[in-house]
Design a binder for this molecule. Structure first.
Ligand code: NAD
Length: 355
């Protein structure tokens, strides 16, 4: 990779990481020169938003507990209007990818800076990507205008993340880093982060499944999720992400679970074309990285197959057609028969083909 040359561009963000780091929020607002925060949450996490409002006192001018999945445009318009009405000068998002998405959408509409306190392993806070939905259509854009200025990773906020969501959202994060290792734009800095992030998550997720209150494992997982989020935000994704978007969109499969089931097979497919990535993965996952990821899904109690997620067997041919149309760049050319076998195995819950 190095001898072939590369381009690396880092996204600017200030990161504060640890237990109890939420206490730094007032100081971080002051560093940005802001004094009027609009706090964002989902309806389920309104209490967490209220706690931030209590911490900020007069510097909290509103709580908007209306973040929902898929960042619908009408919700974002409403929230941006609210931000203008109450003269907010910063948005503070506490939650997972859905809440972060709302913060990004407000930033796009108003130019306001963002402080994000992530509570899942989704990693959206590290990417310049915003997917918005309107009339059932999803439109994704990449723009630096949606990058948060400050991210406060407070491990305490992840201690209660349900075990099932912890496992699949963590493996979803691993998928970003795996594809970053063989991305067209792969570069040595992102590859370092990818390997480190995968190792941290692969170690910690089974420990969290055993004991969700394991503080060291929770810290490692959030650290890994941060690194994997940087990977997603820095280089292009390939076959695995294309398959997951196709399956999610066409068969309404849950996002993180679909990622968990496809990843071992997508990696086994790409392995022969990505020797450098495989060498890095062997260093953190062992001799057979695709099988290790398959076993990791089992260890965190993820669903066993695409069939178990509700995908019909007669959908496999359509999924292959869709994956072949408008493909993302991929290290190995897309071959219909091999792709069919890949989805069949994931559908049946079979282990990945040996590399
Ligand atoms: P989410 O934000 O939709 O949260 C799911 C549910 O879990 C919500 O009800 C939320 O309130 C709750 N929750 C979150 N953290 C919790 C915690 N610690 N304890 C208890 N409950 C908690 O889920 P997500 O997986 O974080 O995000 C998924 C969304 O983010 C998807 O729409 C995905 O497309 C998007 N995403 C975007 C990017 C990007 O770069 N733009 C990256 C990753 C994900």
């Amino acid at each position: 990779m190095i001898e072939q040359g590369f381009v690396y561009s880092g996204n600017p963000a200030r990161v504060v990481f640890g237990f109890g780091t939420t206490a730094a929020l007032p100081e971080e607002m002051a560093r940005l020169g802001t004094r009027r925060a609009l706090i964002l949450t989902t309806p389920a996490q309104e209490d967490a938003g209220q706690k931030l409002a209590d911490l900020l006192g007069e510097a909290a001018v509103g709580v908007f507990p209306g973040a929902v999945m898929h960042t619908p445009v009408d919700v974002s318009d409403l929230a941006a209007d609210r931000a203008r009405q109450i003269k907010a000068d910063v948005v503070v998002a506490i939650g997972g990818g859905s809440t972060t998405g709302l913060g990004k959408a407000i930033a796009l509409r108003t130019g306001l800076p963002q402080i994000v306190l992530p509570t899942t392993y989704a990693g959206s806070e590290m990417t310049p990507i915003l997917g918005e939905t309107s009339g059932g259509q999803k439109r994704t854009q990449t723009t630096a205008k949606v990058l948060p200025q400050v991210v406060i990773y407070d491990v305490d906020h992840t201690m209660g993340l349900p075990v099932a969501l912890s496992g699949t959202s963590g493996i979803n994060a691993i998928a970003h880093a795996v594809e970053a290792l063989y991305a067209r734009e792969a570069n040595p800095v992102i590859s370092l982060m990818a390997a480190e992030g995968i190792g941290a998550l692969a170690r910690s997720l089974p420990a969290i499944a055993q004991d969700p209150a394991n503080r060291k494992a929770r810290a490692d997982a959030l650290y890994g999720a941060w690194l994997c989020g940087i990977c997603l935000g820095s280089v292009g994704m390939a076959l695995h992400h294309k398959l997951c978007h196709t399956l999610g969109g066409s068969f309404d499969l849950p996002h993180a679970e679909a990622h968990t089931l496809i990843l071992p097979h997508a990696l086994a497919y790409n392995a022969p074309a990505a020797p450098e990535a495989m060498a890095r993965l062997r260093a953190v996952l062992g001799a057979d990285p695709a099988l290790a990821l398959f076993d990791l899904g089992r260890a965190v109690g993820a669903p066993a197959s695409l069939a178990a997620l509700g995908m019909p067997a007669d959908g496999i041919a359509r999924a292959v057609d869709l994956a072949l149309s408008n493909p993302y760049w991929n290290p190995r050319p897309l071959e219909r028969d091999a792709l069919t076998a890949l989805i069949q195995r994931a559908h049946a819950g079979a282990p990945p083909l040996a590399a």
